[in-house]
Design a protein around this ligand. Structure first.
Ligand SMILES: Cc1cc2nc3c(=O)[nH]c(=O)nc-3n(C[C@H](O)[C@H](O)[C@H](O)COP(=O)(O)OP(=O)(O)OC[C@H]3O[C@@H](n4cnc5c(N)ncnc54)[C@H](O)[C@@H]3O)c2cc1C
Ligand SMILES: Cc1ncc(C[n+]2csc(CCOP(=O)(O)OP(=O)(O)O)c2C)c(N)n1
Length: 577
């Protein structure tokens, strides 16, 4: 008879799981020991379990398959939680094994006792406690199917003593590798949508991550409607490429053209997007929204027709109901606006500083130009998200991963590890903030130890720069945002990376090439400007007032130098022009 942990591992293997991310501890030792003896599944040792969850999420994002992470009882699995929130919000299938203290001790406030079934509730769609060996035979497949079908997180809470007991059940495949079912809305609902779309000439499309795999349908739809397409950030990798209708991302970090296209439309079609900012939606337009999960519809703006369906099949069903449109003025104007907004941002991506910190836009643009055509990019929450959104060119083969819905710092490095594990020969680049890198810096060792040849570019501005912008916008004087950083290149060198550093624009090209060509993990620490602004396409009176107040306070508090710096990086003129 096999042990529970052995059958658990056998079940994972039978369902295509190739690795488990985690960190051992006594309650988990039965599981790690079962992995140790199997050549067909890998233990991916991390330095912090939070990274295990981020890595598993990125693995699932790139592979489209179920990924697994594990933590020991109490603090071990508590560390998983932040990363699991990210997996759940990004809708990637992840199974977490949360080891638990011996079952006989439960309820006694035993050493490391926590209640994962409560703690993991909010970051998962399924969480079950195993209280006897036979239970896992049904619970494990349910957990795996839930994670795959809902593209979400499922958690199994497994006491260490049960993992090492014997059981009589066998591993088997669950018959579901990914959720690729298609849903088509009813004819009546489609007709109501067509009526709206046929009745107006100014239609805009807001497209999101739900358009993955439906690029051809999306472009055909926009063509039929003469509609500009603005996208939400998570849709960037699926929408922007080979798309003459794309007018840029919307949102505070987006393009004014994306904002205008949506705001001035008479009808808006939302396709597979949960774009979270209500103030960017048009007030009076008719709205048709397509989402495979009905409960997502209408969460951000009013909706006239709700179509519960997958994007591709819904468009295929809707297209024959649309009347040909003759007027393409709205589209043309939006495309023109996009060209000028794009140029405005391109103009910022220059090496105009001979000495001293580089423009981060220039760093991102250089990376974009030198990276391979199938590179996977990960980016930290903070200004690296801005540079990735604006300066990376997607082409249908490149991928972009970040903590876009959960918004957690420090995601980029562990996500790079997760993406790299899927294919070691693929180029994987982490666009890290100096704050973000420092937060999970131990994961450099994870990359080295697991032979993951990731490339890390540190946008080193010596600050929590995104927060500084937020503080400025709200009228606060910067406080608590300085970072006393090490030389990350030296630090990376001592971790077994190739460590490189750039402090002048003239060095960037050669060092980036060296970074990307290195056969192994490598890190490039780039000194970038601290005050570079991620200019929003629309600034509210309140925000403008906030900046004014910031300047006043800065002067009053004797920080005139900083105001001068701000002026030099053109913040003021760009804001108020
Ligand atoms: C610092 C920071 C700044 C940001 N600034 C911006 C910004 O300026 N602009 C911006 O856009 N984002 C920004 N974001 C990201 C933002 O928070 C959201 O993550 C993003 O807008 C959501 O993108 P989405 O709608 O494509 O993806 P999701 O929120 O994941 O929504 C996808 C939707 O598609 C549905 N779906 C999935 N598959 C299908 C299918 N096959 N058919 C139909 N429906 C499907 C899902 O149910 C879901 O409702 C920022 C994030 C950070 C961290
Ligand atoms: C775990 C976590 N803590 C705090 C925040 C709030 N926050 C958002 S961006 C940011 C600054 C990130 O700094 P850094 O990684 O250096 O990037 P920068 O913006 O400076 O380029 C902070 C603190 C967060 N999103 N996540």
């Amino acid at each position: 008879m096999s042990k529970v942990a052995e059958v658990l591992v056998e079940t994972l293997i039978a369902n295509g799981v190739e690795r488990v991310w985690g960190l051992p501890g006594d309650s988990l030792n039965g599981v790690t020991d079962a992995i140790r003896t199997r050549p067909d599944i890998q233990w991916m040792h991390v330095r912090n379990e939070e990274a295990a969850a981020f890595a598993a999420g990125a693995e699932a994002h790139v592979s489209g398959k179920l990924a697994v992470c594990a933590g020991s009882c109490g603090p071990g699995n508590l560390h998983l939680i932040n990363g699991l929130f990210d997996c759940q919000r990004s809708r990637v299938p992840v199974l977490a094994i949360a080891a638990q203290i011996p079952s006989a001790e439960l309820g006694t406030t035993y050493f490391q006792e926590t209640h994962p079934e409560q703690l993991f509730k909010d970051c998962s769609d399924y969480c079950a406690v195993i209280s006897e060996p036979g239970q896992l035979e049904r619970v494990l497949p349910i957990a795996m199917r839930t994670a795959i079908a809902k593209r979400s997180v499922a958690v199994i809470v497994l006491p260490g003593n049960i993992a090492t007991e014997h059981c009589s059940w066998q591993a088997r495949a669950i018959g579901l590798l990914k959720n690729d079912s298609e849903i088509t809305p009813s004819c009546q609902a489609l007709e109501r949508a067509a009526e709206i779309l046929n009745g107006t000439s100014r239609v805009a499309i807001l497209a999101g991550a739900g358009c993955a795999g439906s690029h051809a349908e999306l472009v055909a739809f926009a063509k039929a409607l003469h509609a500009p397409i603005t996208h939400a950030l998570r849709g960037k990798e699926y929408i922007e490429f080979d798309n003459p209708f794309d007018v840029g991302m919307s949102g505070l970090l987006g393009f004014s053209s994306g904002y205008a296209a949506m705001k001035n439309a008479d009808a808006l079609v939302i396709l597979g997007s949960d774009f979270p900012y209500p103030q960017f939606f048009p007030k009076d337009a008719k709205v048709v929204q397509v989402d495979s999960r009905g409960e997502q519809i209408g969460r951000r703006t009013h909706v006239d027709v709700a179509l519960i369906g997958t994007v591709g099949s819904t468009i295929r069903a809707l297209l024959p109901l649309l009347q040909a449109k003759s007027n393409d003025e709205y589209l043309k104007a939006a495309q023109k606006h996009y060209a000028s907004a794009r140029k405005g941002l391109d103009d910022l991506a220059t090496a105009d500083t001979d000495d001293g910190p580089l423009r981060p836009e220039f760093v991102a643009r250089t990376l974009d130009q030198l990276a391979s055509q199938d590179a996977v990019f990960t980016c930290d929450v903070g200004t690296p998200t801005v540079w990735a959104a604006r300066y990376l060119t997607m082409n249908g083969r490149r991928r972009l991963i970040g903590s876009f819905n959960h918004g957690s710092m420090a995601c980029a490095l562990p996500q790079a590890c997760g993406a790299q594990a899927v294919k070691r020969s693929r180029q994987v680049i982490s666009m890290s903030g100096d704050g973000g890198l420092a937060m999970l810096m131990g994961e450099l060792l994870t990359a080295k130890q697991n032979q993951l040849p990731i490339k890390v570019v540190v946008f080193n501005n010596g600050a929590l720069a995104f927060v500084e912008l937020e503080m400025k916008a709200a009228g606060y004087v910067n406080f608590g945002t300085d970072l006393d950083d090490p030389d990350f290149s030296q630090l990376a060198t001592s971790c077994g990376f190739l460590g490189l550093r750039v402090t002048r624009a003239a060095e960037l090209q050669a060092k980036t090439k060296q970074l990307l060509a290195h056969d192994g993990p490598a890190l490039l620490d780039v000194k970038v400007q601290r005050q570079e602004l991620s200019m929003p396409p629309t600034i509210t009176i309140e925000q403008a007032r906030g900046f004014g107040l910031y300047l006043l306070r800065a002067v009053l508090s004797g920080r005139g130098d900083e105001v001068l710096d701000l002026a030099e990086t053109n913040l003021i003129s760009r804001l108020f022009s």
